[in-house]
Design a protein around this ligand. Structure first.
Ligand code: SF4
Ligand code: FES
Length: 358
Protein backbone atom coordinates (compact mmCIF):
# COMPACT_ATOMS: atom_id res chain seq x y z
CA UNK A 1 0.00 0.00 0.00
CA UNK A 2 1.36 3.46 -0.89
CA UNK A 3 2.07 6.16 1.71
CA UNK A 4 0.31 9.51 1.29
CA UNK A 5 2.60 12.35 0.25
CA UNK A 6 0.29 15.34 0.70
CA UNK A 7 -2.39 16.31 3.20
CA UNK A 8 -5.06 18.82 2.23
CA UNK A 9 -6.19 20.18 5.59
CA UNK A 10 -9.48 21.96 4.93
CA UNK A 11 -9.47 23.93 8.17
CA UNK A 12 -12.83 25.60 7.63
CA UNK A 13 -15.40 26.21 4.92
CA UNK A 14 -16.09 29.69 6.29
CA UNK A 15 -15.07 32.31 3.73
CA UNK A 16 -15.80 35.98 3.12
CA UNK A 17 -15.84 35.45 -0.68
CA UNK A 18 -18.69 34.05 -2.77
CA UNK A 19 -17.03 32.67 -5.92
CA UNK A 20 -19.44 30.72 -8.12
CA UNK A 21 -16.66 28.28 -9.12
CA UNK A 22 -15.96 27.18 -5.54
CA UNK A 23 -15.49 23.43 -5.16
CA UNK A 24 -16.59 23.40 -1.51
CA UNK A 25 -19.70 21.36 -0.68
CA UNK A 26 -23.07 22.98 -1.33
CA UNK A 27 -24.41 21.98 2.13
CA UNK A 28 -21.97 24.27 3.98
CA UNK A 29 -24.03 24.53 7.16
CA UNK A 30 -23.27 20.87 7.95
CA UNK A 31 -19.62 21.76 8.55
CA UNK A 32 -19.88 24.14 11.50
CA UNK A 33 -18.63 21.69 14.18
CA UNK A 34 -14.99 22.25 13.19
CA UNK A 35 -12.07 20.27 14.59
CA UNK A 36 -10.42 21.96 17.57
CA UNK A 37 -6.80 23.06 17.64
CA UNK A 38 -5.84 19.92 19.57
CA UNK A 39 -7.68 17.70 17.09
CA UNK A 40 -5.87 19.30 14.15
CA UNK A 41 -2.56 18.93 15.97
CA UNK A 42 -3.24 15.21 16.42
CA UNK A 43 -4.21 14.89 12.72
CA UNK A 44 -0.95 16.55 11.69
CA UNK A 45 1.11 14.32 13.94
CA UNK A 46 -0.61 11.18 12.63
CA UNK A 47 -0.15 12.42 9.06
CA UNK A 48 3.58 12.89 9.61
CA UNK A 49 3.79 9.36 11.07
CA UNK A 50 2.04 8.06 7.93
CA UNK A 51 4.72 9.62 5.70
CA UNK A 52 3.03 12.89 4.68
CA UNK A 53 5.60 15.53 3.69
CA UNK A 54 3.47 18.43 2.48
CA UNK A 55 0.54 20.05 4.20
CA UNK A 56 -1.79 22.39 2.32
CA UNK A 57 -3.77 24.55 4.74
CA UNK A 58 -6.90 25.38 2.87
CA UNK A 59 -10.62 26.03 3.15
CA UNK A 60 -12.81 28.11 2.73
CA UNK A 61 -10.48 30.77 4.03
CA UNK A 62 -7.99 29.28 6.53
CA UNK A 63 -7.11 32.73 7.90
CA UNK A 64 -10.49 32.89 9.64
CA UNK A 65 -9.20 30.21 12.02
CA UNK A 66 -7.83 32.11 15.03
CA UNK A 67 -5.49 29.18 15.81
CA UNK A 68 -3.82 29.13 12.40
CA UNK A 69 -0.42 30.14 13.83
CA UNK A 70 -0.51 27.24 16.32
CA UNK A 71 -1.49 24.81 13.55
CA UNK A 72 1.35 26.03 11.33
CA UNK A 73 3.82 25.80 14.22
CA UNK A 74 2.82 22.20 14.89
CA UNK A 75 3.12 21.24 11.22
CA UNK A 76 6.53 22.91 11.05
CA UNK A 77 7.77 21.18 14.22
CA UNK A 78 6.71 17.86 12.69
CA UNK A 79 8.89 18.59 9.65
CA UNK A 80 5.99 19.16 7.22
CA UNK A 81 6.30 21.64 4.36
CA UNK A 82 3.41 24.06 4.86
CA UNK A 83 1.50 25.85 2.13
CA UNK A 84 -1.19 28.40 2.99
CA UNK A 85 -3.94 28.46 0.34
CA UNK A 86 -5.70 31.78 0.85
CA UNK A 87 -7.81 34.49 -0.73
CA UNK A 88 -5.41 36.94 0.94
CA UNK A 89 -8.16 38.49 3.06
CA UNK A 90 -6.99 38.61 6.65
CA UNK A 91 -3.31 38.36 5.73
CA UNK A 92 -2.25 41.45 7.68
CA UNK A 93 1.36 42.38 8.38
CA UNK A 94 1.05 41.17 11.98
CA UNK A 95 -0.50 37.88 10.87
CA UNK A 96 2.13 37.38 8.17
CA UNK A 97 4.93 37.98 10.68
CA UNK A 98 3.50 35.46 13.15
CA UNK A 99 2.81 32.84 10.48
CA UNK A 100 6.29 33.08 8.98
CA UNK A 101 7.86 33.02 12.47
CA UNK A 102 5.88 29.83 13.13
CA UNK A 103 7.47 28.25 10.04
CA UNK A 104 5.03 28.84 7.17
CA UNK A 105 6.91 27.88 3.99
CA UNK A 106 4.77 29.01 1.08
CA UNK A 107 1.70 31.12 0.28
CA UNK A 108 -0.75 30.67 -2.57
CA UNK A 109 -3.03 33.63 -3.16
CA UNK A 110 -6.11 33.29 -5.37
CA UNK A 111 -6.95 36.04 -7.84
CA UNK A 112 -10.29 36.29 -9.67
CA UNK A 113 -9.25 38.69 -12.46
CA UNK A 114 -6.57 41.26 -13.30
CA UNK A 115 -8.63 44.38 -12.60
CA UNK A 116 -10.82 45.39 -9.66
CA UNK A 117 -14.29 45.64 -11.21
CA UNK A 118 -14.35 42.16 -12.72
CA UNK A 119 -12.36 40.61 -9.87
CA UNK A 120 -14.64 42.00 -7.19
CA UNK A 121 -17.75 41.00 -9.13
CA UNK A 122 -16.54 37.39 -9.29
CA UNK A 123 -15.44 37.39 -5.63
CA UNK A 124 -18.69 38.99 -4.51
CA UNK A 125 -16.98 41.76 -2.50
CA UNK A 126 -14.20 44.36 -2.82
CA UNK A 127 -11.25 42.02 -2.36
CA UNK A 128 -8.91 42.83 -5.25
CA UNK A 129 -6.77 45.53 -3.58
CA UNK A 130 -6.44 43.45 -0.42
CA UNK A 131 -5.15 40.54 -2.49
CA UNK A 132 -2.50 42.76 -4.05
CA UNK A 133 -1.49 43.85 -0.52
CA UNK A 134 -1.26 40.22 0.60
CA UNK A 135 0.95 39.29 -2.35
CA UNK A 136 3.18 42.28 -1.67
CA UNK A 137 3.58 41.19 1.95
CA UNK A 138 4.60 37.65 0.99
CA UNK A 139 7.35 38.99 -1.23
CA UNK A 140 8.38 41.61 1.33
CA UNK A 141 9.03 38.74 3.74
CA UNK A 142 11.04 37.04 0.99
CA UNK A 143 8.79 33.96 0.82
CA UNK A 144 7.73 31.94 -2.21
CA UNK A 145 4.44 33.04 -3.74
CA UNK A 146 2.08 31.24 -6.09
CA UNK A 147 -0.71 33.18 -7.75
CA UNK A 148 -3.66 30.92 -8.43
CA UNK A 149 -6.41 31.77 -10.89
CA UNK A 150 -9.44 29.58 -11.49
CA UNK A 151 -10.28 30.08 -15.15
CA UNK A 152 -13.83 30.06 -16.51
CA UNK A 153 -15.99 31.64 -19.16
CA UNK A 154 -16.01 34.97 -17.29
CA UNK A 155 -12.24 35.54 -16.98
CA UNK A 156 -10.40 33.25 -19.41
CA UNK A 157 -10.16 36.03 -22.00
CA UNK A 158 -7.89 37.90 -19.54
CA UNK A 159 -5.08 35.33 -19.34
CA UNK A 160 -2.45 37.69 -20.80
CA UNK A 161 -3.31 40.39 -18.26
CA UNK A 162 -3.45 37.83 -15.43
CA UNK A 163 0.09 36.72 -16.30
CA UNK A 164 1.21 40.36 -16.24
CA UNK A 165 -0.36 40.78 -12.80
CA UNK A 166 1.44 37.70 -11.46
CA UNK A 167 4.73 38.87 -12.92
CA UNK A 168 4.32 42.34 -11.44
CA UNK A 169 3.55 40.78 -8.04
CA UNK A 170 6.89 38.95 -8.19
CA UNK A 171 5.21 35.53 -8.14
CA UNK A 172 7.50 32.52 -8.33
CA UNK A 173 4.76 30.49 -9.89
CA UNK A 174 1.39 31.13 -11.47
CA UNK A 175 -1.24 28.45 -11.67
CA UNK A 176 -3.96 28.96 -14.27
CA UNK A 177 -6.42 26.22 -13.47
CA UNK A 178 -9.50 25.68 -15.56
CA UNK A 179 -12.51 25.11 -13.31
CA UNK A 180 -13.09 21.60 -12.02
CA UNK A 181 -16.81 20.97 -11.79
CA UNK A 182 -17.43 19.98 -8.17
CA UNK A 183 -19.52 21.57 -5.42
CA UNK A 184 -20.74 25.04 -6.39
CA UNK A 185 -18.90 24.87 -9.70
CA UNK A 186 -20.91 21.79 -10.66
CA UNK A 187 -24.11 23.69 -9.94
CA UNK A 188 -22.80 26.53 -12.14
CA UNK A 189 -21.29 24.45 -14.94
CA UNK A 190 -23.40 25.94 -17.74
CA UNK A 191 -22.40 29.45 -16.66
CA UNK A 192 -18.70 28.65 -16.27
CA UNK A 193 -17.72 26.30 -19.10
CA UNK A 194 -15.75 28.30 -21.70
CA UNK A 195 -16.04 27.92 -25.46
CA UNK A 196 -13.44 26.19 -27.65
CA UNK A 197 -12.44 29.57 -29.15
CA UNK A 198 -11.81 31.01 -25.68
CA UNK A 199 -9.65 28.02 -24.75
CA UNK A 200 -7.61 28.08 -27.93
CA UNK A 201 -6.86 31.77 -27.45
CA UNK A 202 -5.85 31.24 -23.80
CA UNK A 203 -3.60 28.31 -24.63
CA UNK A 204 -1.76 30.34 -27.27
CA UNK A 205 -1.10 33.07 -24.70
CA UNK A 206 0.18 30.52 -22.17
CA UNK A 207 2.51 28.87 -24.72
CA UNK A 208 4.08 32.21 -25.63
CA UNK A 209 4.37 33.26 -21.97
CA UNK A 210 6.20 30.09 -21.00
CA UNK A 211 8.99 30.96 -23.41
CA UNK A 212 9.21 34.56 -22.27
CA UNK A 213 8.67 34.49 -18.50
CA UNK A 214 11.05 33.39 -15.79
CA UNK A 215 8.33 32.37 -13.35
CA UNK A 216 6.86 28.89 -13.57
CA UNK A 217 3.56 28.84 -15.48
CA UNK A 218 1.24 25.93 -14.69
CA UNK A 219 -1.78 25.54 -16.93
CA UNK A 220 -4.36 23.01 -15.78
CA UNK A 221 -6.23 21.79 -18.84
CA UNK A 222 -10.02 21.84 -18.97
CA UNK A 223 -10.73 18.14 -18.99
CA UNK A 224 -14.12 18.49 -20.69
CA UNK A 225 -12.17 19.37 -23.84
CA UNK A 226 -9.58 16.58 -23.50
CA UNK A 227 -9.62 13.18 -25.20
CA UNK A 228 -8.51 11.47 -22.00
CA UNK A 229 -9.38 12.16 -18.36
CA UNK A 230 -7.01 13.51 -15.76
CA UNK A 231 -5.26 11.03 -13.41
CA UNK A 232 -7.23 12.58 -10.58
CA UNK A 233 -5.21 12.95 -7.34
CA UNK A 234 -2.55 10.66 -8.90
CA UNK A 235 -4.94 7.74 -8.34
CA UNK A 236 -7.59 7.12 -5.69
CA UNK A 237 -6.03 7.09 -2.19
CA UNK A 238 -2.58 6.71 -3.71
CA UNK A 239 -0.69 9.90 -2.82
CA UNK A 240 -3.05 12.44 -1.24
CA UNK A 241 -5.61 12.65 1.49
CA UNK A 242 -8.05 15.32 2.55
CA UNK A 243 -9.39 16.05 6.01
CA UNK A 244 -12.56 18.17 6.04
CA UNK A 245 -13.28 20.88 8.65
CA UNK A 246 -15.34 18.40 10.69
CA UNK A 247 -12.77 15.59 10.53
CA UNK A 248 -13.96 13.36 7.70
CA UNK A 249 -11.06 11.75 5.85
CA UNK A 250 -11.36 11.53 2.07
CA UNK A 251 -9.10 10.66 -0.86
CA UNK A 252 -10.03 13.99 -2.52
CA UNK A 253 -12.07 17.04 -1.53
CA UNK A 254 -15.13 16.05 -3.60
CA UNK A 255 -15.42 12.44 -2.41
CA UNK A 256 -18.02 13.37 0.23
CA UNK A 257 -20.55 13.22 -2.63
CA UNK A 258 -20.01 9.49 -3.16
CA UNK A 259 -22.23 6.91 -1.44
CA UNK A 260 -19.42 5.47 0.69
CA UNK A 261 -19.35 5.06 4.50
CA UNK A 262 -17.83 8.06 6.29
CA UNK A 263 -14.52 7.79 8.14
CA UNK A 264 -13.63 10.43 10.73
CA UNK A 265 -10.51 11.29 12.70
CA UNK A 266 -12.91 11.77 15.61
CA UNK A 267 -13.59 8.03 15.61
CA UNK A 268 -10.43 6.40 14.29
CA UNK A 269 -6.73 6.92 13.61
CA UNK A 270 -5.57 8.36 10.30
CA UNK A 271 -3.37 5.28 9.73
CA UNK A 272 -6.25 2.85 10.08
CA UNK A 273 -8.54 4.97 7.92
CA UNK A 274 -5.87 5.23 5.20
CA UNK A 275 -5.27 1.47 5.22
CA UNK A 276 -8.73 0.04 5.78
CA UNK A 277 -11.64 2.45 5.49
CA UNK A 278 -13.93 1.66 2.53
CA UNK A 279 -13.74 5.30 1.44
CA UNK A 280 -10.01 4.72 0.81
CA UNK A 281 -10.02 1.15 -0.47
CA UNK A 282 -13.08 1.34 -2.78
CA UNK A 283 -11.13 2.47 -5.87
CA UNK A 284 -7.50 2.06 -4.84
CA UNK A 285 -5.29 0.47 -7.49
CA UNK A 286 -6.65 -0.87 -10.77
CA UNK A 287 -8.37 -4.17 -9.86
CA UNK A 288 -11.79 -2.51 -9.67
CA UNK A 289 -11.57 -0.93 -13.16
CA UNK A 290 -14.54 -1.43 -15.51
CA UNK A 291 -14.34 -1.91 -19.27
CA UNK A 292 -13.09 -0.24 -21.43
CA UNK A 293 -10.41 0.79 -18.88
CA UNK A 294 -9.60 -2.78 -17.82
CA UNK A 295 -8.14 -3.61 -21.23
CA UNK A 296 -6.78 -0.13 -21.98
CA UNK A 297 -3.08 0.80 -22.24
CA UNK A 298 -3.67 3.97 -20.23
CA UNK A 299 -5.12 2.28 -17.14
CA UNK A 300 -1.91 2.91 -15.15
CA UNK A 301 -1.72 6.48 -16.51
CA UNK A 302 -5.13 7.89 -15.58
CA UNK A 303 -6.73 5.06 -13.52
CA UNK A 304 -10.01 5.47 -15.40
CA UNK A 305 -10.18 9.20 -14.58
CA UNK A 306 -11.99 10.95 -11.77
CA UNK A 307 -14.38 8.92 -9.57
CA UNK A 308 -16.27 11.99 -8.39
CA UNK A 309 -16.82 13.17 -11.95
CA UNK A 310 -17.98 9.67 -13.01
CA UNK A 311 -20.46 9.67 -10.13
CA UNK A 312 -21.70 13.19 -10.81
CA UNK A 313 -22.28 12.55 -14.48
CA UNK A 314 -23.55 8.95 -14.44
CA UNK A 315 -24.67 8.24 -10.85
CA UNK A 316 -22.12 5.38 -10.67
CA UNK A 317 -18.64 6.09 -9.28
CA UNK A 318 -17.29 2.83 -10.73
CA UNK A 319 -17.82 3.79 -14.38
CA UNK A 320 -15.16 5.15 -16.72
CA UNK A 321 -14.88 8.93 -16.40
CA UNK A 322 -17.21 10.24 -19.18
CA UNK A 323 -14.52 12.75 -20.16
CA UNK A 324 -12.69 9.86 -21.87
CA UNK A 325 -13.66 9.60 -25.55
CA UNK A 326 -13.74 5.79 -25.11
CA UNK A 327 -16.31 5.94 -22.30
CA UNK A 328 -19.82 4.69 -23.16
CA UNK A 329 -21.09 7.82 -21.37
CA UNK A 330 -18.94 10.31 -23.28
CA UNK A 331 -21.99 11.91 -24.91
CA UNK A 332 -22.80 13.48 -21.49
CA UNK A 333 -19.66 15.59 -21.83
CA UNK A 334 -20.10 16.17 -25.55
CA UNK A 335 -23.55 17.69 -24.92
CA UNK A 336 -22.24 20.09 -22.27
CA UNK A 337 -19.42 21.18 -24.60
CA UNK A 338 -21.84 21.65 -27.50
CA UNK A 339 -24.03 23.91 -25.37
CA UNK A 340 -20.99 25.99 -24.38
CA UNK A 341 -20.17 26.49 -28.07
CA UNK A 342 -23.68 27.19 -29.32
CA UNK A 343 -24.10 30.90 -30.03
CA UNK A 344 -27.88 30.47 -29.80
CA UNK A 345 -27.61 29.37 -26.13
CA UNK A 346 -27.02 32.16 -23.59
CA UNK A 347 -25.36 30.75 -20.49
CA UNK A 348 -27.29 31.42 -17.26
CA UNK A 349 -25.81 33.86 -14.74
CA UNK A 350 -23.64 32.05 -12.16
CA UNK A 351 -25.13 31.51 -8.68
CA UNK A 352 -22.66 32.87 -6.10
CA UNK A 353 -21.51 30.49 -3.39
CA UNK A 354 -23.38 31.03 -0.14
CA UNK A 355 -21.23 33.10 2.18
CA UNK A 356 -20.32 31.50 5.51
CA UNK A 357 -18.87 33.89 8.05
CA UNK A 358 -16.98 33.33 11.26
FE1 SF4 B 1 -8.22 6.05 -19.24
FE2 SF4 B 1 -10.18 4.21 -19.13
FE3 SF4 B 1 -10.19 6.04 -21.06
FE4 SF4 B 1 -8.35 4.09 -21.08
S1 SF4 B 1 -10.57 3.83 -21.33
S2 SF4 B 1 -7.97 6.26 -21.48
S3 SF4 B 1 -7.96 3.87 -18.84
S4 SF4 B 1 -10.39 6.40 -18.85
FE1 FES C 1 -12.62 12.93 -6.38
FE2 FES C 1 -11.43 13.22 -8.81
S1 FES C 1 -12.25 14.77 -7.46
S2 FES C 1 -11.59 11.44 -7.59
Amino acid sequence: MPSPFGLLAELTYRCPLACAYCSNPVNLTEYSDELTTEEWQRVLSEAADLGVLQCHLSGGEPLVRRDLVEIVATAHDLGLYTNLVTSGLGFSRRRAERLFDAGLDHVQVSVQADEPVLADRIAGLPAFRRKLDAMRLVKEFGRPLTVNVVLHRGNIDRVAELLELAEAAGADRVELANTQYYGWAWRNRAALLPSRAQLDAAEAVVRAARERLRMEVIYVLPDYYSRYPKPCMGGWAARQLTVTPTGDVLPCPAAHTLPLPRASVRADSLARIWAEAPVMTAFRGTDWLPEPCRGCDRREVDFGGCRCQAFQLTGDAARTDPVCHLSPDHDLVVRAVEAANDDAVSPPPPVPRRRVRS
